[in-house]
Ligand binder design. Structure first.
Ligand SMILES: Cc1ncc(COP(=O)(O)O)c(C=O)c1O
Length: 392
């Protein structure tokens, strides 16, 4: 691995050369079954033919215009995305490049909404302990994990953290005189695939509505069909004021989005916000394919079914090494009795000409995280889990 990279990643010992479907091939020709999807990004797998075609055709026509001009493909993407989110009341979208950038947008929207309506001093954003919202200084502030709050201060001020599931604590924290927004992952991804309970989200929605605090869902990891509904918040029956998306949105091309419902639809006005690459035509062309494919009831039902199959196979082992299996759709966490990282490494290094490797993720020291591509077949789920069983 090139020495010139800053030492920011604990990289596993494999170099990939190409991919097809749910499979990757390394530079030595060894095969790996991908149950990680580049952390929920390659939702249609690798080299999905319609995605490749759309990207190649768009690149040959027009790869970028800045947002001072208009692009038909970016407009078509924005319209299709808002239409896909209209069921939960979302009306407008701002396009950026990443999850952190989308969450920065959400924080700005909540703060300006509150400032214009109520004046200064009501700018606090409440998030959950254990949450993860990104790596910029502001989204690190939003991230409710102490280990991220060192070395880089001073951080953006005005964030407070509450324990997930504690409705009384949330009731106290959502003070209508100081709080502008509540930002929540429907299923916490990085901290171990932890779904919020229906009661907790219902209480949050009630408090936010009563106190005019923006209810904001970070669906960067759990959105875009990952849990078997287009948005994870759909299954809670709530109407958020703001939603953020990224990762799977363009199936591998960087893009992020912040969407707003009625209340916050017109908060951002000319010059309030911007992003040079936001809504880039290549990302937009790719996202159109993802939206057309994923936002389809039959396709979403298959994600849910495959996820149930995935979980039930692991549960059927009754393995003493497996403590808990949880998640929704193809977003699955497995608590194990040993450290996850050495297992991730072993699942790669054991690959040889006969046996494929397996790509998994961790989320916490002893939790395996699975985010397979939506196109994974039943046979591939069985094959990958047989590999995992052998490793355990
Ligand atoms: C829930 C959530 N929000 C935000 C982010 C940050 O996204 P990005 O790395 O694209 O900035 C992530 C990344 O893992 C995430 O899981």
């Amino acid at each position: 691995m090139a020495d010139v990279f800053m030492n920011t990643y604990h990289r596993l010992p494999v170099t990939f050369a190409k991919g097809e479907g749910a499979w990757l091939t390394d530079v030595n020709g060894k095969k790996y079954l991908d149950f990680a999807s580049g952390i929920a990004v390659n939702c249609l797998g690798h080299a999905y033919p319609p995605l490749v075609k759309a990207i190649a055709e768009q690149a040959a026509k027009l790869n970028h215009v800045c947002n001072y001009y208009q692009s038909d493909v970016s407009a078509a993407f924005a319209e299709k995305l808002v239409a896909a989110c209209a069921g939960v009341g979302l009306k407008k979208v701002f396009l950026g490049n990443s999850g952190a950038e989308a969450n920065e947008g959400a924080v700005k929207i909540a703060r300006k909404y509150s400032l214009v309506k109520y004046g200064p001093g009501r700018h606090q954003i409440v998030t959950l302990k254990g949450s993860f919202h990104g790596r910029t200084i502001t989204t690190l502030s939003a991230t409710g994990q102490d280990n991220f709050h060192k070395d880089f201060g001073p951080f953006t001020e005005g964030f407070a953290y509450v324990q997930s599931g504690d409705i009384d604590a949330l009731d106290k924290a959502l003070d209508k005189t100081t709080v502008a927004g509540f930002l929540v992952e429907a299923i916490q991804g990085e901290s171990g695939i932890k779904p919020q309970s229906a009661e907790y989200i219902a209480a949050a929605a009630k408090f936010c509505a009563e106190r005019d605090i923006l209810l904001m869902f970070d669906e960067v990891q759990c959105g875009m069909g990952r849990t078997g509904t287009f948005l994870a918040c759909e299954s809670y029956g709530v109407k958020p004021d703001v939603i953020t998306l990224a990762k799977g949105l363009s199936g591998g091309i960087p893009v992020g989005a912040v969407l707003t419902g009625e209340k916050a639809a017109d908060v951002l006005q000319v010059s309030d916000h911007g992003s040079t690459f936001g809504g880039n035509p290549i990302a937009a062309a790719a996202a159109l394919v993802v939206l057309e494919t994923v936002n389809n009831p039959a396709f979403l039902k298959e994600i849910a079914r495959k996820g149930e199959k995935f979980q039930s196979i692991i549960k059927s082992w009754n393995s003493p090494k497996v403590k808990e299996v949880r998640g929704k759709g193809l977003m699955i966490g497995v608590d194990i009795t040993e450290d996850a990282w050495p297992l991730l490494e072993k699942a790669i290094t054991r690959a040889d000409a006969k046996t494929p490797g397996l790509l998994m993720l961790s989320a916490g020291a002893k939790t395996l995280r699975f985010l397979p591509p939506y196109i994974v077949s039943d046979a591939e789920i069985e094959q990958g889990l047989e590999l995992l069983k052998g490793l355990l």
